[in-house]
Design a protein around this ligand. Structure first.
Ligand SMILES: C[S@@+](CC[C@H](N)C(=O)[O-])C[C@H]1O[C@@H](n2cnc3c(N)ncnc32)[C@H](O)[C@@H]1O
Length: 251
């Protein structure tokens, strides 16, 4: 690859007209299976969901330290979560519904959300544990005000242009209950952007994500690397984020 090409790959073309349809076309061709939504890495499902569960559980159950002393009490209830870029519902079924009573799913690719509703999460739907299956791009998704304890975004934010991502986070803040959290679990590059022209997606560095959180009025309450992922993949980071205005209210 020439230097010019490799430079191009690091500069996302956020002006690209078909940015969002590229993703839709790309994902519509992938099988509606765990392996399909994980790009052929279905075997990481278990370690991924366990990492997420450990990361978030202190906010739901509280945190205990040495000799079972309570270090922090629960922050959010286990009532309602939202799974953004849900695919076929893997994260909902294996992580969120093991903690939360009810989950809404937001997913752009019609065949994935249909698979979730008619098959992968059919039983959970019948049990009344799924609120809504929402077929929408996150660039348009408007959560209802004050609805969620946790809004979880995993392996999807690279599909949003920077400006749309900031606007999305701003809408999510309004969709949270007063002490609610936004969870982000994404691949991170070592430096700058890595642009993938095939599906018009971008891998951002930790530094870029942190600038975007700040611009969106979000503060990091916890961050952690997901260990145990295949070596050839990008590093995966989890962030728990709160509305900066929360702190002001508490003072
Ligand atoms: C790598 S898969 C991850 C799915 C799921 N989060 C998981 O971890 O199993 C990326 C998902 O993002 C969805 N997606 C792509 N662009 C999107 C957008 N603009 N808004 C919402 N979802 C989108 C794709 O259809 C696909 O289901």
């Amino acid at each position: 690859m020439s230097e010019e090409n490799s430079k191009d790959k690091e500069t996302p073309d956020f002006q690209k007209e078909d940015w969002y349809t590229d993703a839709l076309e790309y994902w519509s061709e992938k099988p509606a299976t765990i392996d399909g939504v994980l790009g052929g890495y279905g075997e990481i499902d278990e370690i991924d969901v366990e990492g997420s569960r450990l990361f978030i559980s202190e906010y739901i159950y509280g945190k205990k330290g040495a000799r079972n002393r309570i270090i922090s009490s629960p922050r959010i209830s286990d009532e309602y979560a939202c799974d953004c870029g849900a695919g076929i519902g893997r994260v909902t079924k294996h992580f969120l519904l093991r903690i939360f009573k009810k989950v809404d799913l937001v997913e752009y690719t019609p065949k994935f959300i249909k698979q979730a509703e008619n098959d992968f999460l059919k039983k959970e739907k019948e049990e009344g544990r799924i609120g809504e299956f929402i077929c929408s791009g996150l660039q348009e998704f408007m959560p209802k005000e004050g609805k969620y304890d946790l809004i979880w975004c995993q392996w999807v934010l690279g599909h949003l242009k920077d400006d749309d991502l900031i606007k999305f986070f701003e809408r999510c803040k309004k969709g949270l209950k007063p002490k609610g959290l936004i969870g982000v679990k994404e691949n991170v590059s070592v430096i700058g952007y890595q642009f993938d022209e095939t599906d018009s997606s971008v891998t951002r560095s930790d530094e870029i994500y942190k600038k975007i959180f700040q611009k969106s009025g979000l503060k990091i309450v916890k961050e952690e690397i997901q260990h145990g992922m295949p070596e050839e993949l990008f590093e995966v980071k989890m962030y728990a984020l709160e509305n900066v205005d929360n702190q002001n209210q508490e003072k």
